[in-house]
Design a protein around this ligand. Sequence first.
Ligand SMILES: Cc1cc2nc3c(=O)[nH]c(=O)nc-3n(C[C@H](O)[C@H](O)[C@H](O)COP(=O)(O)O)c2cc1C
Ligand SMILES: CCCCCCC(=O)C(=O)O
Length: 357
Amino acid sequence: MAMVCLTDFEEYAKEHLSKATWDYYAAGADECCTRDDNLLAYKRIRLRPRILRDVSVSDTRTTVQGTEISFPVGIAPTAFHCLAWHEGEVATARATEALNTCYITSTYSTCSVEEIVAAAPNGYRWFQLYVYRDRKLSEQIVHRVEALGYKALVLTVDVPYTGKRRNDIRNQFKLPPHLKVKNFDGVFQQETAAPEEYGIPANTLDPSISWKDVYWLQSITRLPIIIKGILTKEDAELAVEHGVQGIIVSNHGGRQLDGGPASIDALSEIVDTVQGRIEIYVDGGIRTGSDVLKALALGAKCVFIGRPAVWGLAYKGEEGLREVLQILNDEFRLSMALSGCRNVAEINRNLIQCSKL
Ligand SMILES: Cc1cc2nc3c(=O)[nH]c(=O)nc-3n(C[C@H](O)[C@H](O)[C@H](O)COP(=O)(O)O)c2cc1C
Ligand SMILES: CCCCCCC(=O)C(=O)O
């Protein structure tokens, strides 16, 4: 079967994954309004293409946190890649190294960070962090990834509690016994009597985390800190005031608070408030190259994809994810050219119809 667009990979994954795994990847919170709006919001935005601008050569390269990547699409942190493909995050690391883009490894990876780095030693990676009640656990993983050459920490702030994902509850979804959250092998397993969530002891994440924990994190690391899960200008301003280096505008793929804004709809107020003081990225609902173009036009430095990466893995592991990234790269290049942009520096708000500004 020829894979032409990202939804081809979605259909393949839906057909070939077990129902419980598919439901877990697809899940949104409650009625899935925010999950679905993440995609619909891109379709509401209209472009203002410019013509006759010699687009015979186009350059999709950009930088994030000072490092060059081949195009402005990275991999958002998603848990449990071994559910989609037996090599799991090792395949993800190889595909992203090959395509020269940024891979944010989830705390809940089913390969360890050491295995990931060994598989793709030259890959450019950030590590996604949750803050545990037991701060020592968070501190240990921070020091591990720093020593392994991860280039930034992505602090996820929208999971004080896990959102209510109805099918996961109906399916009693949990990691099968042969898979583990490898970064915490032996740590989480000790608490087998405790109630579980997805096969992980419940209540390990600290719902009391607050802005002071950003200072705590800064005190234990020299890595840049990027906050993932901001949706308002007020919190964006606080992030800048607390000295972080980046923001990922995100609603966690609509898996946490249902009824919040589509992430692309939240982007503009954050970009306007931050005024270039730190880099802003966005994830949620990006499925085509023109979605990438729209996000950049509205001020994102780079976008990240979550579910499409696991669909690629489910299709053919490393090769499948490479295909997903290559298709997005090709579509983005074409959208740039058809709207008169020769490089990412030429993408700006003039490309967006006024009703969306
Ligand atoms: C199956 C799945 C697992 C996820 N796991 C994590 C995670 O471990 N940490 C995290 O910060 N975000 C996690 N997310 C949220 C993603 O990083 C990202 O915000 C979201 O998937 C983007 O939306 P998209 O799937 O429409 O691209 C997960 C999302 C999905 C779909
Ligand atoms: C015990 C919390 C598990 C969270 C799993 C990863 C995640 O963020 C998700 O959206 O799923």
